[in-house]
Design a protein around this ligand. Sequence first.
Ligand code: ATP
Ligand code: MG
Length: 414
Amino acid sequence: MHRIVLIITVNVDSGLTLLVNFFVGTSFFLYWDVVRFQLMVIRLLEIIELACGLDSGEDAHRETVIKVGVIKRCGEILGIRSLKENSFKKLTDSLTCSDQPVGQFGLVNVHNNVSSQQQYTESFQEIVRLRLTVEDSVELCKEGVGGTYFIRDEQNDFIAVFKPCDEEPGALLNPKNIIKKPLMPPGGGAIREVAAYLLDKNRAGVPETVFLRNVIHRQLNNGDRMIPKTGSLQRFVPNIGNAGCMGSSIFSVGDVHNIGLLDIRLLNLDRNAENMLITKNGNDFRLVPIDHTYSLPETFGYIYYEWHHWRQAKIPFSQQTLQWISNLNPEADAKILRELGIPEAAITLMKLSTILLKAAASCGFTLFQIASLITRRRMTEPCQFEKFIALAKHQYSLGVLEQLALEFIHSLKQ
Ligand SMILES: Nc1ncnc2c1ncn2[C@@H]1O[C@H](COP(=O)(O)OP(=O)(O)OP(=O)(O)O)[C@@H](O)[C@H]1O
Ligand SMILES: [Mg+2]
């Protein structure tokens, strides 16, 4: 008899945990879950089939224990992850949910899983450096087009994300043979990741990000010989997927506004759904912005914001947010960026977008309306922001630029 013990964690919505002890061949199983029994029965066969698939390796004929994290939302089981194989399979191909293993055991109660995160608040870099001396602590992220690596702690949990400059999309040592023209020349992504963290100042929740030098590790893409690498290091955020996994209505107005404001200040060219992770604490879903490689461009181009047409973007800013926007200081932000080594042309664009944002918000524009100024309706048709850039040319005084922005916004309102 082939005996499978499934430890299945379901019911992400309510945070309940269900333990199923299932014996294949004897039709005996034990369960408890008062809320979702029906759903459980409907999906059980699928789960078992998938679990058997995961376990079809060399010891398939022996008695096997498989622990499986079941990922579920809105009454639908998205997939399961075998801890033994450390793999994750989708139940249906149509799902857009991230394939990435998340946390140590399935996706339930992610906030219970951050203990190791809190421990390294003080010495994030030091702990990561220590882990980098361990052979198998680094793992290439299968998603995305860049060389993005997860770093594990002693408990095998992901604690950090490292993105070396020489493995960015289009760079010589990029490990992913994906032929796709990068949105910006390679090599400048890491400082932009750091810049986004510093400019955000914990408002939208960009995870702590630092610049890390002299990283030597066999698992990185080293080419012919091991070379010290430089790149961005970001805290890993335990998550239940990305914004593409759920209907946008579940996200809070505050989160959407804060990410939107950050994206406008940074002129982020890459705010797609995958670059907003979702964390869950009870019934509280939060958005976490990641991947700012393609922010702070030196030349303005086509921008697409995933959140642009979300309901929340059309809701007026709160008084608190309006106050925060009015306190934004483009000169102070420029100083931070200059010290990091961000090119002057990118700094100028950031200043202009911040000035226009402030003027528009003070005139009662919503996030949706401001984003509409920044984005082109058609690929080649200039947007209002581009017209403002032309107007602002050769103006260097902040006061003059602010006045110009106000007049520009008023002219649009007429
Ligand atoms: N701080 C983080 N915490 C948790 N997961 C992360 C974090 N940063 C990145 N990831 C995961 O790694 C994936 C790839 O990261 P990221 O998007 O930053 O890299 P990329 O290679 O530049 O990808 P892209 O193709 O989107 O440009 C993300 O989609 C996400 O699943
Ligand atoms: Mg990405």
